[in-house]
Design a binder for this molecule. Structure first.
Ligand SMILES: NC(=O)c1ccc[n+]([C@@H]2O[C@H](COP(=O)([O-])OP(=O)(O)OC[C@H]3O[C@@H](n4cnc5c(N)ncnc54)[C@H](O)[C@@H]3O)[C@@H](O)[C@H]2O)c1
Ligand SMILES: O=C(O)CC[C@@H](O)C(=O)O
Length: 532
């Protein structure tokens, strides 16, 4: 019988579901906080069910010799080392929608609390002070609410804002004009949001692009008297810069549920006037906890007992029979998406996926989901093959699929074409007999590039000396090239290079490359593939 450890506080509904489904379960809700004890026992379990207190580190995963699945009762999986879990073949699942409404309500509650200084007024009243003149609030009606990140939670906050008669402006690179119109919000660029919003609320995941999104520079662009709410992730706001903004009076108040360091037992924000803090309570309602506990237990039990996979961050939903044939092509579809996702900054309007030859006879739904997950992941790190198609649809992306008989030299290949308002990008790839993904065409230019974990993509005019130039600069900085592929549309025309590197290219080297007159663009890329 499979055995699951629940190491964080979860509704006991989960325990009952595990038992009912034939899974042995140990409910030890405080164990997640005790790293050493957890390390000592984790080897006994097939499944680990967590919330945010348990930190699933590489060290814990190394000790988890029997672990097959980690289930996060919630959305953010930033407390799980996903690459380490993937490398060990451990599935990581989350429950993407179960606590969205609850968290959106918490953001709105913090907005009101900050607007009317409710916690301070309450404490003062409890103390028998009756300080009626001390607390002067601001109205919400007619004010501009700036929503950064308009996904599941952000879009609920946005519609609640509209319901409160606020004018809602939203910044989200994946928000289409039509989705914005449907929500009743105005889609704006980030600087415009900073300049116009009276209240700013954050609802993005914590990624390399969103980390420190609210820093001193951002605060300088905001209105005097702005109020900032963070119910998403600590790390989005530079706390020292927020404190400076509060002290100078530029920021009139803040509602903070998540902190740079959690648990936040000491923090300079504590005790500041008009700063309302809660201890990461966004998801803490009985309804949301019931939803996520039930869902995570069902998903984990289904996997451990029946092998069914749903809401996995690092694993496609594929049946046991088709898995061996499909798996390399799922990876191929994902890296094709990941290529376009990393080179595209503008909102995506259309995605066309062409399946040629053998790939046209496969489970193309899984392949499309993998391509979309790869495409969206640079913006939304927690996306998986289940949520990617829903996210693409919600963002108004028009999706089309073409299947056709073998048309060229390859037994089968996949071509992904992505349109934004500004341009169209296309990339094709296949798997050879080694079952590793390869890029065979970029921008209509043929090539045969093995896909590595760290790559560099450059575009340039087709002139002599490019190989020497790239090789020379990388060599000078001791960046080793594992593979180097070039292609061009016609002699003297447009040329591209794909370099497979042993490590991520340092920023300074990238800048040096970009400064070369013969190089038009240089983009570092990362792919979730095994090291050579
Ligand atoms: N406080 C809590 O207890 C609590 C509870 C649940 C979720 N969360 C957090 O809330 C956040 C949002 O969750 P969600 O379920 O809405 O996620 P989601 O994936 O549905 O939405 C995130 C949105 O952010 C957008 N985005 C990505 N990069 C961006 C950028 N650079 N600028 C602007 N927008 C960007 C994405 O396009 C996406 O629409 C996550 O960080 C999640 O971990 C917190
Ligand atoms: O489990 C919690 O209480 C927090 C959950 C929240 O941060 C999430 O990402 O779902």
């Amino acid at each position: 019988m499979p055995r699951v450890l629940v190491s964080d506080k979860l509704s006991t509904t989960a325990v009952q579901i595990f038992k009912d489904r034939g899974v042995e379960v140990d409910y030890l809700p405080d164990l997640g906080k005790d790293k050493e004890k957890l390390l000592a026992v984790i080897g006994q379990y097939d499944g680990l069910a967590i919330r945010s207190a348990t930190k699933v580190t590489e060290k814990l995963i190394a000790a988890a010799t029997n672990l097959k699945v980690i289930g996060r009762a919630g959305i953010g999986v930033d407390n799980v080392d996903i690459p380490a879990a993937s490398r060990r073949g451990i599935i990581v699942m989350n429950t993407p929608f179960g606590n969205s409404i609850t968290t959106a309500e918490h953001a709105i509650a913090l907005m009101f609390a900050v607007a009317r200084q409710i916690p301070e007024a309450s404490a003062s009243t409890h103390a028998g002070k009756w300080e009626k003149n001390r607390f002067m609030g601001v109205e919400i009606t007619g004010k501009t609410l700036g929503v950064i990140g308009c996904g599941n939670i952000g879009s609920i906050v946005a519609t609640r804002g509209v319901g409160l008669k606020m004018h809602v402006v939203a910044f989200d690179p994946f928000l289409s004009e039509s989705r914005a119109a449907e929500l009743g919000v105005e889609k704006v660029e980030l600087d415009e949001l900073f300049a116009r919003a009276d209240f700013i609320t954050l609802h993005t995941p914590l990624t390399d692009k969103t980390r420190n999104i609210i820093n001193a520079d951002a605060i300088a662009k905001m209105k005097k008297g702005v109020r900032i709410i963070n119910c998403a992730r600590g790390g989005l706001v530079v706390e020292a810069d927020l404190i400076a903004g509060l002290k100078s009076g530029k920021v009139a108040g803040a509602g903070i549920d998540v902190f740079e360091v959690e648990p936040a037992e000491q923090n300079e924000l504590f005790g500041m006037d008009n700063v309302v803090c809660t201890p990461h309570l966004g998801a803490s309602t009985s309804e949301a906890q019931e939803n996520v506990a039930l869902q995570v237990a069902e998903q984990m039990a289904d996997y451990l007992v029946k092998g069914a996979v749903s809401n996995a961050i690092n694993m496609p939903s594929i049946t046991a029979e088709e898995a061996p044939r499909l798996k390399p092509f799922v990876k191929l579809a994902e890296v094709l998406g990941a290529f376009v996702g990393q080179v595209t900054e503008d909102p995506i309007k259309e995605v066309e996926i062409l399946f040629d030859g053998a790939t046209a006879t496969m489970n193309t739904r899984a392949l499309i989901s993998a391509a979309l997950a790869g495409l969206i992941r640079p913006q939304v790190s927690d996306v998986n093959m289940v949520s990617a198609p829903i996210m693409a649809k919600e963002r108004g992306v028009i999706l089309s699929e073409i299947r056709r008989d073998k048309s060229g030299v390859f037994d089968g290949y996949i071509k992904l074409t992505v349109k934004t308002e500004k341009q169209t990008r296309a990339i094709a790839g296949t798997c050879f007999s080694d079952l590793k993904p390869r890029f065979i065409q970029i921008k209509g230019i043929n090539m045969d590039a093995e896909v590595g974990r760290h790559m560099l993509y450059t575009t340039n005019g087709d002139v002599p000396g490019i190989i020497g130039l790239l090789g020379g600069i990388l060599g000078k900085h001791k960046v080793n090239i594992a593979n180097f592929q070039l292609g061009r549309d016609h002699p003297g025309g447009n040329a591209i290079a794909m370099l497979y590197l042993d490590e991520r290219i340092p920023d300074a080297v990238l800048e040096e490359l970009r400064a070369q007159p013969s190089i038009d663009s240089a983009k570092p890329l990362q792919f979730d593939v095994a090291e050579a």
